[in-house]
Every structure is written in structure tokens, then in C-alpha cells.
Design a protein around this ligand. Structure first.
Ligand SMILES: Cc1cc2nc3c(=O)[nH]c(=O)nc-3n(C[C@H](O)[C@H](O)[C@H](O)COP(=O)(O)OP(=O)(O)OC[C@H]3O[C@@H](n4cnc5c(N)ncnc54)[C@H](O)[C@@H]3O)c2cc1C
Length: 448
């Protein structure tokens, strides 16, 4: 297996690390690469590199990083039951393109189609349908895991490493194959209704009504700069699975060719974007039939969109707040964000239906709010305030997006943090699987 020195970064491009990388294409190369790197300085597994922060970044330039996206084959599929086994480097786009035409849908998907099945397990990812479908790992029947001692384990929900691996940030081992239960569908699209919402109170009512009606998908876009009576205004989307099959037009490839200059993103440009976005249709609401990919992955329409934040990159704040605290915590968060004037477009509000199955799963019954911030002076202090509001109201920060939590903040938000440390400490050679995030949160290594 050949190893190449390469600079790696998360999707937020806010920190970088050079590492020795390999891109195996066959099971035997993958096994050899894992064996080589475990025998040396250790490794980090990489999927689509869509985690925003330092979660998939190695700790030093002598560490190995395993790039898994070419391990993307379908290994078994039962068309009667919808149970499929794939290699862990397979991404959501390939899953949708392979199985929707056969009448089966991956039941939970994140907001990008370039995340892989391995990455989806490592963060127990959620979609716009957490209330009705739970997290991704609720649909995972099992996976194959190569633990840091080099042994291969078949992990099913009753295995002792299941809870530590789902949402476990890749620290228990390298996931090589994943078995998922797909959902039967009869069309290839969703019927989406977008409604303009005037303030936060109306938003929370709209979510309550949609949950009561068991709507398949719900998501809200919020204008993060709106203050006072307008705070929380935005566009609310609900969607239901449709029986119709619509013609899929090949999307035009669009990309951001250069890193934008730092000044391009300022309150004026964000305000103008938000105004245009809010007025992209004139009536109070509209309903359309939309293909799964266009509905689930609107941001993927422009590849490398992360370059609009310039060379210094950006951070995403994403928290979940318990349902009972939403009315109190969300106004505080939105007010702090609006006053800072530092937020960008794309502030997203969703609901979550309950806890995930992993020790470090992010979801809890409540509201999740996400917003991007350019990496510049003052952003860390702002995140500390947002972390404090989150923790004071019993919420937590999503590790897939994080690069700033301190160990103390993390411990206050994740009640199973110590149990996770114990599981990792009990795994022979667990020090061989680590990352910058694991060190920062003292999950593995010297600080644990
Ligand atoms: C535009 C955008 C929208 C997003 N929307 C959502 C959303 O709606 N909901 C949501 O939950 N998340 C969302 N995310 C976050 C994303 O789904 C997660 O970060 C996911 O884990 C990324 O998967 P990946 O394959 O890119 O993994 P990477 O970013 O490469 O790695 C993430 C973690 O997974 C581990 N990992 C990857 N592959 C393996 C493997 N084979 N074995 C063991 N560990 C592995 C890595 O070590 C690391 O800890 C979004 C991200 C982007 C960029």
C-alpha cells in the first residue's frame, strides 16, 4: 500500500493537518493499510470529509489517514426485504441513485449526499425526519469493525461495541461494511410545502402542528439577522413522500472556483441574501414536487461552496435544546447571534424526536439550531456564550460540527462521556485510533 503525504481539512476549513494518506480500493488493500498503520503511529478513518471541524484530523504528520471513499461497492441486496450491505465508503448519493429506482429509500439522510455510511455511523447522523424516523443508526442492522488491535468484529445492536461505535467519532475502530434496512417507497420525490413564517412563536406552533400530523419531513430556514418582533422569521418546509415518479433532469455542475475574499461576507451581503431567499416566492406558501436529492441536499448543488468563507474557513454552531426549554433558550440564542452580526446565511431549525442509541449520540427530544460563522476574531468568544446558553438549558453541541468545545463543556453536555472513555480505555491499543477532537475532549490518549 502506498502512503502519500497530504494536507487534510474538515468541511469548515478552519484547521489543517498534514498526514500520511492511503486510498484503498479493495478489501485486501484496506486490511493491509489498517494493519500497516496500526503497527506504526496509528490512524484516523476518513469518509467524505463532511464533518466540519477537527473530528477526522490526525494529531500529527506522522499519523496515517485512511481515505475510504473508493470502498463503495454494494455487497448484498435483498429486493424483497430492502436489507442492503455496502462497503462503508459508499456515500448517500450513490445509495439514492442505486436504490430509489428499485423502490427503496435510505430512511435517514444528512444535508449532504457526500457523507459516507461509515461517517453516518460515526456521528449517528440525523435528517429532516428525526421525529418520524429517528437517527441513521436506528436503521442500521449491523456493521463490520476492525478494532485497534487489528481484529475484525461483526457488530450487531446486542454487541458491546455497538453503543460506543454509533456516534463514537470513529474511535472504536474502522467500519468496513454496513448493513441497513431501507424503506419501501413508490415514487421518486416528495411533495414540499414552503410557508413564510413571521416570528419564532409561529415557528414553534408550525412545528407542533406538523409533528401532530406525523408529516414525513420538516425543516425551517431562519433569518439569523432579524431582531425584536421579527426574530425567528423565515421559511418553514414540510414534505411528504409522494407516489409519483417525476422526470429527473441532470443538474448543471456549479462550483465556487476561488476562495472568496474575507470582506465578501458581511452583514450587508448576508442581509441581501436573506431578503432574496425570503422573497424567492411571492405568495405566503407554495407546494411543489421535488426529487429526493434536490430536497435533501440543496447545498450540494454548488460544489465547494465552503470556499465562499475564504481561506480562513468557518465554523458551524449546532446545538440541540430540550423541547421543554425551547421557548426560553431559542430566543436567547437567536438574540445573541443577531446582536453579534457575525452569523451567515443558512440558519436551520429542525426538531428531534428522542435520544439516539449511541453513548455519544447527539439527538434528544427537542429543537436543533444550526448556523455558520466565518472564522475571524471574536468567533470563539461568541461560541463560548452560545455553548453556555445551550448547557444552561440542558442541551448539547453536535460533535460533527464542532471544533471548539472544551472538555468541561463536553462533559457537562454528554452524560455518557466517562462511560465512553472507559470503553475506549478497555480496548487494547485504543491509543492507535485518535484524532485532534479526541485529544481536545480527552476521549483517548494521554489526557483521558
Ligand atoms: C452541507 C452539510 C450538511 C450536513 N447536514 C447534516 C445533517 O443534516 N445531519 C447530520 O447529522 N449531519 C449533517 N452534516 C454532517 C455530516 O453528515 C457528518 O459530519 C458525517 O459524519 C460526515 O460523514 P463523512 O463520510 O463525510 O465523514 P468524515 O467527515 O470523513 O468523518 C467524520 C467522522 O467519521 C469517522 N469515520 C468516517 N468513516 C469511517 C469509517 N469507515 N470507520 C470509522 N469511522 C469513520 C471519522 O473518523 C470522523 O470521526 C452535514 C455536513 C455538511 C457538509
Amino acid at each position: 500500500m502506498s502512503w502519500k503525504s497530504l494536507e487534510l481539512t474538515g468541511w469548515g476549513r478552519n484547521s489543517h493537518q498534514t498526514a500520511l494518506t492511503a486510498r484503498p480500493e479493495r478489501q485486501k488493500d484496506l486490511q493491509r493499510a489498517i494493519g500497516d498503520s496500526l503497527a506504526q503511529s496509528g490512524l484516523v478513518a476518513h469518509g467524505g470529509l463532511r464533518a466540519y471541524g477537527d473530528q477526522a484530523l490526525p494529531r500529527g504528520d506522522d499519523q496515517h489517514a485512511l481515505l475510504t471513499t473508493r470502498m463503495n461497492r454494494i455487497l448484498a441486496f435483498d429486493s424483497a426485504t430492502g436489507i442492503v450491505t455496502v462497503e462503508a465508503g459508499m456515500c448517500f448519493r450513490d445509495m439514492i441513485r442505486a436504490f430509489v429506482p428499485k423502490g427503496w429509500l435510505i430512511p435517514v439522510s444528512p444535508g449532504t449526499a457526500f457523507a459516507t455510511m461509515g461517517g453516518a455511523i460515526a456521528n449517528d447522523i440525523h435528517g429532516k425526519n428525526h421525529d418520524t424516523q429517528g437517527s441513521f443508526c436506528n436503521h442500521v442492522l449491523g456493521f463490520e469493525l476492525i478494532t485497534p488491535d487489528g481484529n475484525t468484529q461483526q457488530v450487531t445492536p446486542d454487541h458491546n461495541l455497538f453503543r460506543a461505535t454509533i456516534g463514537g467519532c470513529g474511535l472504536t475502530g474502522v467500519i468496513t461494511t454496513v448493513t441497513v434496512q431501507l424503506k419501501k417507497i413508490s415514487g421518486n420525490c416528495v411533495q414540499v410545502t414552503e410557508t413564510k413564517i413571521k416570528d419564532l412563536e409561529s415557528y414553534l406552533i408550525a412545528f407542533d402542528e406538523a409533528i401532530a400530523q406525523n408529516v414525513d419531513y420538516t425543516v425551517g430556514w431562519i433569518d439569523g439577522l432579524a431582531k425584536g418582533k421579527r426574530m425567528g422569521r423565515g421559511i418553514f418546509e414540510t414534505a411528504t413522500l409522494s407516489d409519483e415518479t417525476i422526470e429527473l433532469k441532470p443538474a448543471k455542475e456549479k462550483s465556487v472556483p476561488i476562495d472568496f475574499p474575507a470582506l465578501a461576507l458581511n452583514p450587508l451581503s448576508v442581509r441581501s441574501f436573506n431578503l432574496l431567499y425570503r422573497n424567492r416566492f411571492l405568495r405566503k406558501s407554495r407546494t411543489t414536487l421535488t426529487p429526493f436529492e434536490a430536497f435533501n441536499y440543496p447545498l450540494d448543488a454548488i460544489s465547494d461552496w465552503n470556499r465562499i468563507y475564504g481561506k480562513r474557513g468557518f465554523h458551524q454552531f449546532q446545538c440541540v435544546i430540550p423541547r421543554s426549554e425551547g421557548e426560553r433558550a431559542l430566543p436567547l440564542l437567536l438574540d445573541t447571534i443577531a446582536r453579534s452580526g457575525a452569523g451567515s446565511f443558512l440558519s436551520v431549525l429542525k426538531t428531534m424526536g428522542g435520544d439516539g442509541r449511541g453513548l455519544l449520540s447527539f439527538p434528544m427530544k427537542g429543537y436543533t439550531l444550526a448556523l455558520d460563522f466565518p472564522h475571524k476574531a471574536g468567533v470563539e468568544a461568541l461560541f463560548r456564550s452560545l455553548h453556555k446558553i445551550t448547557a444552561d438549558h440542558g442541551g448539547r453541541i453536535y460533535l460533527a460540527k464542532d471544533s471548539m468545545l472544551t472538555r468541561d463543556e463536553f462533559d457537562a453536555m454528554y452524560p455518557n462521556a466517562d462511560e465512553m472513555r472507559q470503553v475506549l480505555a478497555s480496548l487494547p491499543h485504543s491509543e492507535k485510533l485518535t484524532s485532534q477532537m479526541a485529544a481536545r475532549l480527552a476521549l483517548t490518549g494521554d489526557a483521558a
